[in-house]
Design a protein around this ligand. Structure first.
Ligand code: PLP
Length: 402
């Protein structure tokens, strides 16, 4: 009998499973709105022209393939911190930000989870929004944290459950860790307003909670990298110490290159140095040191004024195309088709995703009858829509809800 005889089959990944079903469908009208990757107006993966230029610059410097240090490419992490915290950030000027390169956002979150599990001096409990990016839950659990939820989504209004959120954070034990999506909340596409962020910051302070920001979409939400960093910068300015996971998957389109960073704000350079040493001790047995190529690309963009400006306008281009698809979809449903229900949330939501309010049976019907694929919670990737398929999508949604 085989050694693995007793290994049970696990469930398929909720998001990647959608792509499997999509691939198996042979209908030419099929649409994949499952995966969170940007597509251009022709439905094709998009390599940013600034990334192509950056690759040429990297190539022209005839780089070697030596190992990076455990915490990655120092120029890259320095520039990643500036992008997140801002050029005038006091903690950066004080030399108090401990930062490491990571294997994209997922790796950053995991390094953070592992570090907190070892060194956070209070109960190792993390509160995540309900709902949240599905991977947060196993990721923090596998890191050794206890995962609990705080209310986030109001089904009735298809908006933020701000009262529920505040009540749950106020009821959390003192010093609990709280995971906050910095912008473009996944899966709902609903973000707190700046005023609401300020209130959340006050509660976090009052309850001595520890804020852990996941910033996977900086620039992708509004089209402005500094606007999307509002929450992170506000919390830091308010005197909070934070943990931050950054990803360059979406905003630079570097998905498979796995470029990210994890940082902690500390009290002073001496404390930062101690934290740095412990981050290395977390990372070394995991993967020794991170991959080179993507960090070099990201750094070529972040360190070159001209390329940086080009990149910012390309990020805005992606955000704007998504915003225009929201507008179009809203117009089809609310105006042209008079689809039953209220569809204002399609327009007010932000970032890659829209939480449509479609039910699981409706999403099933859409796949079977209309060849339209999305996750069972009714989340759609707006980036999967374009001028050629949006009408079919709107008509299919209309049929599904009638
Ligand atoms: N966090 C959130 C909220 C996400 O939506 C994603 C990707 O979908 C990630 C983190 C991590 O992505 P990656 O590891 O590709 O950077």
């Amino acid at each position: 009998v085989s050694t693995w005889n007793a290994v049970p089959a696990g469930p398929p990944d909720a998001i990647l499973g959608v792509t499997e079903a999509f691939k198996a469908d042979k209908d030419p009208r099929k649409i994949n709105l499952g995966v969170g990757a940007y597509r251009d107006g022709q439905g094709k993966p998009y390599i940013l022209p600034s990334v192509k230029k950056a690759e040429e610059i990297v190539q022209a410097s005839a780089p070697d393939k030596e190992y990076l240090p455990i915490t990655g490419l120092p120029e890259f992490t320095k520039n990643a911190a500036l992008l997140a915290y801002g050029a005038d950030s006091a903690v950066i000027k004080q030399g108090a930000v401990s930062i490491t390169q990571s294997i994209s956002g997922t790796g950053a979150l995991r390094i953070g989870g592992e570090f907190l599990a070892r060194h956070y001096p209070h109960a190792k409990v993390i509160y995540v929004p309900v709902p949240t990016w599905g991977n947060h839950i196993p990721l923090f659990r596998d890191s050794g944290l206890e995962v609990r939820g705080y209310r986030y989504f109001n089904k009735e209004t298809v908006g933020l459950d701000f009262e529920g959120l505040k009540a749950d954070l106020k009821a959390a034990p003192e010093h609990a860790i709280v995971l906050l999506h910095a912008c473009a909340h996944n899966p709902t596409g609903i973000d707190p307003t700046q005023q609401q962020w300020a209130e959340i910051s006050d509660i976090v302070k009052e309850k001595k909670l520890f804020p852990f920001f996941d910033m996977a979409y900086q620039g992708f939400a509004s089209g402005s990298t500094s606007k999307d960093a509002f929450a992170v910068r506000h919390f830091v300015a308010e005197g909070h110490q934070i943990a931050l996971a950054q990803s360059f998957a979406k905003n630079m389109g570097l998905y498979g290159e796995r470029v990210g960073a994890f940082s902690l704000t500390t009290a002073d350079p001496a404390e930062k140095a101690r934290v740095d040493s412990q981050l290395k001790i977390v990372i070394r047995p995991l993967y020794s040191n991170p991959p080179l190529h993507g960090a070099r690309i990201a750094n070529a963009i972040l360190s070159n004024g001209e390329l940086y400006s080009q990149w910012e306008s390309e990020v805005k281009g992606m955000a704007d195309r998504i915003i225009s698809m929201r507008e179009k979809l809203y117009n089809y449903l609310q105006k042209d088709l008079a689809t039953p229900g209220e569809w204002g949330h399609i327009k007010s939501q932000i970032g890659m995703f829209s939480y449509t309010g479609l039910t699981t049976p409706q999403t099933k019907a859409l796949a079977e009858k209309a060849h339209v694929y999305m996750t069972a919670d009714g989340r759609i990737s707006m980036a999967g829509l374009n001028d050629s398929n949006i009408e079919h999508f709107a008509q299919s949604v209309d049929a599904a809800v009638r």
